[in-house]
Design a binder for this molecule. Sequence first.
Ligand SMILES: Cc1cc2nc3c(=O)[nH]c(=O)nc-3n(C[C@H](O)[C@H](O)[C@H](O)COP(=O)(O)OP(=O)(O)OC[C@H]3O[C@@H](n4cnc5c(N)ncnc54)[C@H](O)[C@@H]3O)c2cc1C
Length: 455
Amino acid sequence: MTDVVDVVVLGLGPGGEEVAGRLAQAGFEVVGIEGKLLGGECPYWGCVPSKMMIRAGNLLAETRRVPGMAGASSVTPDWAPVARRIRDEATDDWNDQVAVDRFVGKGGRFVRGWGRLDGPRRVVVGDETYEARRAVVVAAGAKAWAPPIPGLAELAGRYWTNRGAIEADTLPESLVVLGGGAIGVELGQVFARFGTEVSIVEGAERLLALEEPESSTLVTEVLRREGLDIHTSARITAARHDGARFTLELDGEAPVSGDRLLVATGRRPDLAALNVASIGVDEHGHAVPVDDHLRVTEGVWAVGDVTGVGAFTHVSMYQANIAVGDILGEDPAPAEYQALPRVTFTDPEVGSVGLSEAAARAQGLAVRVGHYPVPQATRGWIHKAGNDGFIKLVEDTGRGVLVGATSAGPSGGEVLSMLTLAIHAEVPVTRLRQMIYAYPTFHRAVEAALTDLVS
Ligand SMILES: Cc1cc2nc3c(=O)[nH]c(=O)nc-3n(C[C@H](O)[C@H](O)[C@H](O)COP(=O)(O)OP(=O)(O)OC[C@H]3O[C@@H](n4cnc5c(N)ncnc54)[C@H](O)[C@@H]3O)c2cc1C
């Protein structure tokens, strides 16, 4: 049967839910299709539960810092209540049925099922075909991706992705994390803080390879200090499971083993399953290419992780806003990513925005760099235990504006906000130096880094 409606949204994660809800509220007849849980990866297996786990791990770490600060304390970490709390809160406040009711309350029509594109304005779900008069919006996100390591594919279903790690009710004694990007280091630190023996194995030269090298050094030092075993530049020759333990064989190094294996080596959309070839997109690519209004082709838009930009909830919602404006014919401002912020929620947090120093130099910009260690700032000195961090600023001296910045440290993700604003609004460095920075805050280290920039 074919059902003709105004808009079909394929996938209802943060990006799709925003598009579908807004267009339904605007009076369009909207069908929202979701194969799993309305809300997507972020609230159930991504940002939200991982940050709840991190909050619990950070509380433990903070409590363990007490002896050096204000007396003695001992803590017995217990994982089960944390895991239960995450589930309970999700069930009470933030679940699929609540999200479905909210969408339907806005006037949307919800369809549970896995959809496939069937040409520019058609989506098939089982025996049903939905044809869109106005727009199809592809918002199907991405899935955990595993590299082609010999033996790893055979272990699929046995090893954890982020979903297994977040659903775990019991702590493994030991955990091997394959991948030292944001998800790998965040979850690795949480499990270690609860008492799991954690090894992180990363093929690149450094953890957080997309961030400034100083961020990699910082996080590596902190994690090693907390007892994690870190392997970088690892050449993994095989993965196996002997019935009890997972082992990664490394070229030139001893193998690394653990009771559990978490594969955190990135996320990719399943373009073949979406049948993107039917809208002229290469299904062997890594993303659905979009223009600056999130258009794919006539009558088709895409938002979120499926576009290959950022892979963050805030990007999916930013893009959703532009796609909605475009579909409504409001001529929204085009998408721009020069001030794209990102935060790795380790303790210390690593917030960054815009270009790294190396990326700015690679673009041929005349670059000046300012740096200031958080422990030397008054607030860092007061904070003491757990005060690791730094501010790094990258200036394009040709224009006299910042083009990149990192704020690593306690609340590094919050300090980032003023740097994001500075880059987004292209505030001249001279104006930033004339600003008043509250004493004694962590963000006051930005002023010191600005001074370093011009000295
Ligand atoms: C462990 C972890 C931690 C993270 N932490 C953060 C963080 O702190 N901050 C941050 O900004 N981002 C974080 N992210 C990333 C964030 O979760 C994603 O960027 C975000 O969820 C992307 O939203 P989306 O709408 O593009 O896709 P998704 O959330 O992936 O949603 C896509 C939806 O489409 C559905 N779908 C897919 N194919 C079909 C189909 N054929 N038919 C019907 N439905 C379909 C899926 O079931 C899913 O519900 C984290 C991710 C992980 C894994």
